[in-house]
Design a binder for this molecule. Structure first.
Ligand SMILES: NC(=O)c1ccc[n+]([C@@H]2O[C@H](COP(=O)([O-])OP(=O)(O)OC[C@H]3O[C@@H](n4cnc5c(N)ncnc54)[C@H](O)[C@@H]3O)[C@@H](O)[C@H]2O)c1
Length: 299
């Protein structure tokens, strides 16, 4: 299997048909898979015949999820901030899966909450070091997952026909100005940093950006506020379909897929098409120069 060189080839065309045959026997890691979207991803990938490893720091919910799914799934207690925990999760995925492999990695774990970076303190008092927990979980944790995904994917180079895919979870907040969410732009940056080079190892890298979805992460007060404004929610089911599409369609590389309300897209997900440069844009030309130069600087 070879992944085509990343090119600004325009948005992914969404069709309603999915062929999930190539997910059978695949080893899929889902971080944050004990609740909400991650739990639903674990369920649908297991149903499609994949072997799922859930990594989550909520042990009770993780074990309950495994009992609910029954078969084709294991739970590994893992705090994504902890490198050793993540190594254990990847090792468990490889050793327990039917082909001793690591094929699809969904970096999904995350939290929301007040971000210390933006809390204003009394300027007459000494400055207070911010608590950067959100960035540590949602961004640094994802960087660890990415580093390990590339490592374990590359071990499988000897089996070239085996597709490997990393899916980074961001948010629509990676495409709008939202105070308190620099990590979302960091995740978007991570996808764009990787998509023009990872294909050389036949590795696909994509991003999902959910709009608001009713899961435990959004407390009732926020849901009521959004309902009061008449804002429609995206759904867990459509997020699952989008994940299955990205994981099973080996032509999807370097795209950012928004999980959206159905009034925006009939399937509930769409290519956001905000990460490519149009013909004539100076950035398109600069991109080529920067890519050539960067490879000399960072290699
Ligand atoms: N629901 C939405 O509206 C929405 C929108 C945009 C993005 N997201 C993102 O989607 C992802 C899934 O969210 P959800 O809506 O299913 O929320 P959720 O709270 O139901 O699930 C998040 C899961 O991540 C786990 N987790 C948190 N910190 C962790 C850590 N340090 N290590 C390991 N696991 C950890 C939690 O235990 C939980 O199981 C999150 O990253 C969230 O930020 C959600």
């Amino acid at each position: 299997m070879s992944v085509p060189e990343y090119q600004d080839h325009g948005p992914l065309q969404i069709t309603s048909s999915l062929n999930l045959d190539n997910l059978v026997g695949k080893s899929v890691i889902v971080t944050g898979g004990a609740s909400g979207l991650g739990k639903a991803y674990a369920q649908v990938f297991a149903k499609a015949g994949a072997y799922v490893t859930i990594g989550d720091f909520n042990e009770k919910a993780g074990k309950e999820t495994v009992a609910e799914i029954a078969g084709n799934v294991q739970f590994v207690k893992c705090d994504v901030r902890n490198w050793d925990d993540q190594v254990r999760m990847f090792e468990a995925a490889v050793s327990s899966s039917p082909h001793k492999s690591c094929d699809v990695v969904i970096a999904n774990a995350g939290i929301v909450g007040a971000d210390d970076l933006y809390q204003l303190q009394d300027p007459s008092l000494p400055p207070v070091k911010p608590d950067l927990r959100i960035i540590e979980i949602n961004l640094i944790g994802m960087v660890y997952t990415t580093k390990l995904a590339l490592h374990y994917f590359r071990r499988q180079r000897l089996v070239p026909e085996r597709d490997r895919c990393l899916i980074l979870k961001a948010s629509v907040a990676a495409y709008v100005d939202q105070p308190g969410s620099p990590q979302q732009w960091g995740i978007r940056g991570l996808m764009r940093n990787l998509r023009r080079t990872a294909w050389k190892e036949s590795i696909r890298v994509n991003l999902v950006a959910p709009w608001f979805v009713r899961t435990p992460i959004l407390d009732q007060g926020i849901q009521d506020f959004l309902d009061g404004k008449g804002v429609g929610f995206a759904t867990v089911d459509d997020a699952c379909t989008a994940m299955l599409k990205i994981a099973s369609d080996t032509t999807v590389n370097g795209r950012a897929i928004g999980i959206v309300h159905r009034k925006e897209a009939p399937e509930g997900y769409m290519d956001l098409d905000r990460d490519d440069y149009k013909e004539g844009d100076a950035l398109k030309e600069w991109q080529e120069v920067v890519l050539d130069t960067a490879l000399r600087i960072v290699s």
